[in-house]
Write a protein that binds this ligand. Structure first.
Ligand code: XMP
Length: 504
């Protein structure tokens, strides 16, 4: 789909959020690195994002001002973007003493164009330590903070700047400001998921070009939507479901059945023995992950045979993160989607990533547009290494079985009580700690399980869910009565950070 609004990413933690907000307003938007104008093309408007650098510092990211002006479209500089533009127009930027962070009152001076329909005062969200100082001749102040510092300006007909973040929900009229800006572009909203879906099916069909497509399916949201998209594009597909023996109770059968209901026959490969023997005696979490990842690639590719085309459910945040940052988190993700075998296929033009322009919530929307039932699209996330990261310590068939049985009870009760859909993710960890108890007249010395249910928006941070005491009591009673090998049930009340959502 043609990019209507280009967002130039100067590294703000909110850059992706700007893109999401613009898309939610119906304008197809994408992030671009500064200087990549050849990729940007001719958008209907440009947003320059915020960022951690300081405009006056040597080596601070710049903008090709001539090119920007030559585009002839409206431009909105946000925070760093505003400061950069002020310099380009001949003004200056100064350090404003203390870092200004959080809610601030904005007083509107000109409620037209960008600030149309806004009240005289409203709350905006700031996060900056520099601000525009000398405004160049002709620059009009549209709004100020209580200290009188300009927080919204316009340099000419098309160039606007705001010192605050319209994309965060704390900015009261952020959506209106973005909508006003979009209106100035004269462009009509063109992004709806139905339209995007039709175009994606067509593009995917063209890209497949009659080749046989192999893909891995897990039953998770991304791989399910991917498979359904390939199906809708009429692909001759080979969906491989690697059962690594680390799945939850009945999960393997359910995945096969779920795809059957969608009209897709998956090729289930039972590789339990291979995975479990590769994990025998391993207790280090990273080593577990490494072995599971390597084994998956081995099993998958040996089963796939010679691959004409591999489809993979890479999402937009993975693409952005691999392109724009060298953080540890992005390296981990890159590792998952970009192992050598996959890089080779990519170099040969045999890798298809049709979800690569979508955010997670948009993948769900696409899934709904492809008629995938709601419950399949709203399953809790489940880690690729499966119960291996929830069976803390050594993985044995017996310990896996205990974890599975306890988890099935917990998840069953969550579903029955209506709490499943209120939490982001829930699961049960088996702890390698034995404690003393009594059953009947006998002393027991058995392991413990810890229940975890969290609320989250993106898994980067999480809070424990305040499940009702009677629900926890029911789960605990059932587990203690029915699951052999457990004499203690704990509820995990740790936030992330510092704890992870998973135990390993
Ligand atoms: P943590 O434990 O890092 O988990 O707080 C954050 C989210 O990521 C999931 N997770 C994984 N997903 N492969 C995956 O596909 C992994 O190795 C992995 N580790 C954690 C976890 O379930 C949670 O949703």
């Amino acid at each position: 789909m043609r990019t209507q609004i280009a967002v130039i990413d100067y590294g703000s933690q909110y850059s992706q959020l700007i893109v999401r907000r613009l898309r939610a307003l119906g304008y197809f938007s994408k992030l671009y690195l500064p200087g990549h104008w050849d990729e940007v093309g001719r958008p209907a408007a440009v947003v320059l994002s915020g960022g951690p650098a300081r405009v006056n510092e040597a080596g601070a990211p710049d903008v090709d001002f001539e090119h920007l002006q030559a585009l002839g479209c409206p431009v909105l500089g946000v925070c760093y973007g505003m400061q950069l533009l002020n310099r380009k127009f001949g003004g200056n930027v100064a350090h404003c003493g203390d870092r200004e962070y959080g809610p601030v009152t904005m007083e509107v001076r000109h409620a037209d164009d960008l600030l149309k329909n806004l009240p005289a005062e409203s709350t905006i969200w700031m996060s900056h330590s520099d601000s525009v100082s000398d405004l160049p001749a002709g620059c009009e102040v549209l709004a100020v903070n209580p200290r009188g510092t300009p927080v919204a300006v316009r340099w000419n007909e098309r160039f606007f700047g705001i010192q605050f973040h319209p994309e965060v929900s704390h900015t009261e009229y952020g959506t209106e400001i973005l909508r006003n800006f979009l209106e100035l572009s004269g462009e009509q909203p063109a992004f709806t998921m139905d339209r995007f879906k039709d175009q994606l099916i067509e593009d995917t069909r063209r890209e497949i070009a009659g080749r046989k497509v192999v893909c891995a399916v897990s039953g998770g949201v991304d791989s399910t939507v991917l498979a359904m998209l390939l199906h809708a594009a009429g692909a001759d597909m080979h969906p491989i479901f690697v059962d690594n023996g680390l799945l939850r109770s009945n999960e393997g059968d359910e995945v096969v059945e779920q795809f059957r209901r969608l009209g897709i026959e998956v090729d289930r490969v039972d590789a339990t023995d291979r995975f479990l023997s590769r994990l025998a005696g391993i207790t280090d979490p990273e080593e577990k992950r490494r072995r599971i990842g390597d084994e998956f690639i081995d099993v998958f590719f040996s089963h796939a045979g010679s691959v004409e085309l591999l489809a993979q459910g890479t999402l937009y945040p993975d693409v952005i993160e691999s392109a724009t940052s060298g953080s540890q988190a992005s390296r981990i993700k890159t590792h998952h989607n970009r192992v050598d075998r996959i890089l080779e296929l990519q170099a040969e033009g045999r890798l298809l990533e049709p979800l690569a322009e979508l955010f997670k919530d948009e993948v769900r929307e696409l899934g709904a547009a492809l008629n995938i039932p709601h419950d399949m699209l709203h399953r809790h996330p489940f880690p690729g290494p499966g119960l291996a990261v929830r069976v803390v310590g050594e993985i044995t068939p017996a310990r896996l079985e205990v974890c599975r049985a306890a988890d099935a009870i917990f998840i069953g009760e969550l579903k029955q009580s209506g709490w499943y859909d209120k939490v982001w993710q829930a699961g049960t960890a088996l702890l390698p700690v034995r404690t003393v108890g009594v059953k009947g007249d006998e002393r027991t010395y058995e392991e413990a399980v810890s229940l975890r249910a969290v609320t989250s928006v993106d898994a980067m941070t999480a809070d424990w869910s305040p499940l009702p005491a009677d629900l926890l009591a029911r789960v605990s009673n059932k587990i203690l009565n029915r699951v052999a090998g457990i004499n203690r049930v704990l509820y995990d009340i740790s936030t992330k950070p510092p704890a992870g959502i998973e135990w390993e």
